[in-house]
Design a protein around this ligand. Structure first.
Ligand code: PSU
Ligand code: MN
Length: 335
């Protein structure tokens, strides 16, 4: 059992006041509050590169068993690249930083029976001792809390189409505005409103960079037609931006957008058609809120005969390679 019940020194103490009985003591975390897997804790204490990974992508983003296989392969890529993977989830009410293989499998098999856990859901899932798969927003929160600077995912949430009336704007975007973690992704899907997503990221003060591209990538396809605000071409440049962000205490996130490699890109046209179909179905079936993204991912996969899932898996692995290099370069710059 490599699991440890103590927290790393990176966690800043919770505000604690003897005169206020409602303030939770910092001691709570020392006993099963947050569990950090042994190899992750060791790497954090020694300043070695760690890559955070989310778990909603496992439970809600892909079907079993591809989700389990992909989760394991992504962790293996991070290790082969020279960093330590830390998949984050809440298991039976305990936030876990780094999962054992049997825990990954359990989450993969639970699928949508796990709670899709964004920032708003964290306290509830913990208090109810539930099992929650963390989205980008919740994963960023926990990564920052334990001192992990780099986080790899597939795609982030964004402003939904017609978001100007529904106000369906992913909490991933506000989390990026308030949490200093560098998130490596393949952009946002064209199921979302990409221009408005970029506007909102600017409002939130998020540093957005295209990785080896001038364009903001659109997840399944390398191009969106929208210009990325800035561009980098190396892991070292990303590390320098992360270091500057931390040293200035900006307390906001960085979004590194890596285009899907051209040979993995699903042909744009069938994906776009499948997206349109599933968006229409959302209205017919009255699906809204947190259920939207999982539904569309599932339907686009069905409608493209699995082509979108193949592309999804390929881009995540590519992001894991790039993200590990960024984590390694960052560990060399940041204490
Ligand atoms: N995009 C994907 N796969 C996913 C998600 C997004 O291609 O699994 C998940 C991520 O966990 C992301 C979340 O943080 O969906 C955003 O959900 P919402 O749009 O409800 O905020
Ligand atoms: Mn939403």
């Amino acid at each position: 059992q490599t699991r440890v019940a103590t927290i790393a020194r990176h966690i800043s103490p919770a505000p604690c006041s003897a005169s206020n009985p409602f303030m939770v003591s910092n001691q709570m975390n020392d006993n099963g509050g947050i569990q950090i897997k042994g190899d992750v804790r060791d790497a954090l204490e020694r300043g070695l590169p760690v890559v955070a990974l989310e778990s909603t992508i496992i439970s809600h983003g892909m079907p079993y068993p591809q989700n389990f296989e992909t989760a394991k392969e992504v962790e293996a890529i991070v290790r082969e690249s020279g960093a330590v993977p830390a998949t984050i989830a809440i298991l039976d009410g305990v936030p876990c930083i780094g999962l054992e293989e049997d825990e990954l499998r359990k989450l993969a098999q639970l699928g949508k029976r796990a709670i899709k856990t964004s920032r708003r859901d964290i306290a509830y899932v913990i208090a109810k001792k539930m099992t929650g798969a963390t989205t980008v927003s919740a994963t960023m929160f926990f990564a920052a809390k334990v001192g992990i600077n780099v986080f790899v995912t597939g795609g982030i949430g964004g402003v939904h189409r017609e978001g100007e009336t529904t106000m369906d704007v992913s909490s991933d975007l506000t989390e990026l505005g308030r949490t200093a973690v560098t998130v490596v992704c393949a952009g946002v899907k064209s199921i979302l409103d990409i221009p408005r997503t970029l506007e909102y990221l600017e409002t939130q003060g998020v540093t957005v960079v295209g990785y080896g591209t001038d364009e903001f990538p659109a997840f399944f396809t390398p191009r969106s037609g929208c210009k990325a605000p800035s561009r980098v071409d190396t892991p070292e440049e990303c590390a320098a931006i992360t270091a500057a962000n931390l040293s200035m205490g900006l307390q906001s996130g960085i979004l590194v957008c890596v285009p899907i490699p051209a040979h993995n890109a699903a042909a744009a046209e069938p994906v776009e058609a499948a997206i349109q179909t599933s968006l229409n179905e959302l209205k017919e079936k009255n699906i809204s809120g947190a259920a939207v993204t999982p539904y569309v991912l599932k339907r686009v996969n069905e409608l493209t005969g699995g082509a979108s899932l193949t592309a999804n898996i390929a881009l995540i692995k590519n992001n894991a390679r790039v993200g590990s290099q960024i984590a390694i370069a960052t560990a060399g710059l940041v204490e």
